[in-house]
Write a protein that binds this ligand. Structure first.
Ligand SMILES: *[C@@H]1O[C@H](CO)[C@@H](O)[C@H](O)[C@H]1NC(C)=O
Ligand SMILES: *[C@@H]1O[C@H](CO)[C@@H](O)[C@H](O)[C@H]1NC(C)=O
Ligand SMILES: *[C@@H]1O[C@H](CO)[C@@H](O)[C@H](O)[C@H]1NC(C)=O
Ligand SMILES: *[C@@H]1O[C@H](CO)[C@@H](O)[C@H](O)[C@H]1NC(C)=O
Ligand SMILES: *[C@@H]1O[C@H](CO)[C@@H](O)[C@H](O)[C@H]1NC(C)=O
Length: 360
């Protein structure tokens, strides 16, 4: 008897879905988000403050039922449906010393932007050169940013024609970040063959001084940290009509068994997605459940077809079932995550939250 009860208990605790079923469902959902496999961040960079700000603006509570345009980035005053931050994959270059100025730092910059979708159009590209602090150096530094136009073999003579000067600026006071407008460059980089990267050169120009100790001249620039490329992309397929911003109104607790919206919180941790989804941790997805009985009133948001189907059902309940309680209006959410190449991505996804249910 005891064994029988134990057996029953065990049977009850067997999960309804098996592991392989679960992974099929998970993959289906990942595919709908545009992934071929679950992202697995290796060395994820931190999320730039500007991205957090935009995310919070989009997901924050709003008093008014304002219309949010998910295809316009207010912060940058450009249209766009996805914001990506690409880490630099380049490396430092050791240069032969030259007489006129001391090169303190030369780095090849490379950003692999090939992950961008085919339909996506670059509406903004911005390079950020980061330093660890604001500093006044007293001496003048020259910063030059080149676009590599042609690859040259290592060891061959350095040729100016292989690269094109994009910007040159001098500074004494260094801000934490310097920004450069690379919109046009990024647009042409959509052809991967044209993306040979950039060269960043920072040199010291101390007028009329002896050049005895080059390391001294460059000391100030040691606060250089890294560079990152921010690209705003616009995918016209994701930009149909402006949508109502999530109002986060609480779903009324469902008491009756008729078709109604019910609250459901989905936590990403439950699928082990906390590794790559940065924010939100989860969200109110909701679902529809309940009967669509005869007579179907307008309260249940039935379509004309559903009303007729209910009528037929009342005549012939064996042949024709009652209509089903299904979502009839969704809203999108914004997600901030690491993609398969450790890029930081902010994107909105349609049809993630059930707003209204109806009998269909
Ligand atoms: C945004 O850009 C448009 C042109 O694209 C310009 O007319 C407008 O003044 C800009 N707004 C702000 C706040 O910079
Ligand atoms: C650099 O200076 C050396 C002598 O100090 C000179 O022989 C050489 O031609 C100079 N190179 C350039 C590029 O001016
Ligand atoms: C760029 O990233 C893609 C995957 O998004 C990868 O297949 C490709 O090899 C990368 N290219 C380079 C040059 O690293
Ligand atoms: C960046 O450059 C593009 C074209 O070169 C220009 O249309 C855009 O207004 C510039 N953006 C800013 C913020 O200056
Ligand atoms: C039917 O739609 C209205 C708004 O159009 C909504 O308030 C109501 O909750 C919906 N009914 C159901 C069952 O979801």
């Amino acid at each position: 008897m005891l064994w029988l009860m134990l057996g029953m208990l065990l049977w009850l605790y067997v999960p309804v879905t098996t592991d392989s079923e679960e992974s099929v469902v998970e993959n289906l959902f990942l595919n709908s988000l545009g992934f071929t496999s679950k992202p697995n961040p290796v060395s994820p960079p931190s999320v730039p403050p500007a991205i957090w700000k935009i995310y919070n603006q989009r997901m924050g509570p709003s008093e008014t039922e304002e219309i949010a345009d998910f295809c316009f980035v207010e912060e940058f005053n450009v249209s766009g449906s996805v914001i990506r931050v690409f880490p630099d994959l380049g490396r430092f270059v050791i240069l032969p010393p030259s007489n006129s100025s001391i090169v303190c730092l030369e780095k090849r910059l490379y950003f692999n932007i090939s992950i961008m979708e085919l339909e996506e159009e670059v509406t903004m590209g911005r390079l950020e050169v980061q330093f660890s602090q604001n500093t006044y150096y007293g001496q003048i530094f020259d910063l030059r940013l080149y676009r590599i136009m042609k690859l040259s073999l290592r060891g061959t003579e350095y040729q100016e024609t292989n690269r094109k000067l994009l910007t040159a600026q001098t500074f004494r006071l260094l801000h934490k970040s310097l920004y450069f407008n690379l919109t046009e460059v990024c647009q042409s980089w959509r052809d991967p063959h044209k993306n040979l990267g950039l060269a960043l050169v920072i040199s010291s120009r101390k007028e009329g001084s002896s050049l005895d100790d080059p390391s001294d001249e460059c000391q100030g620039i040691q606060t250089f940290l890294d560079t990152a490329l921010l690209i705003v992309g616009l995918n016209p397929l994701q930009c149909n009509t402006p949508r109502k911003k999530r109002s986060y109104s609480k779903v009324p607790s469902a008491s009756m068994d008729i078709c109604q919206i019910r609250s459901l919180y989905i936590e990403f941790k439950e699928f082990g997605w906390q590794e790559w989804v940065i924010a939100p941790k989860g969200y109110m997805a909701n679902y529809c459940h309940g009967a669509c009985p005869y007579p179907l009133t307008e309260v249940l948001n039935g379509s004309n077809h559903a009303i007729l189907q209910t009528l037929i059902h009342s005549i012939d309940p064996h042949e024709v079932p009652l209509p089903c309680c299904v979502p009839i209006r969704f809203s999108p959410i914004s997600m901030l995550y690491y993609d398969n190449s450790d890029n930081v991505v902010l994107k909105h996804y349609e049809n993630m939250v059930v707003d209204e249910c109806g009998c269909r």
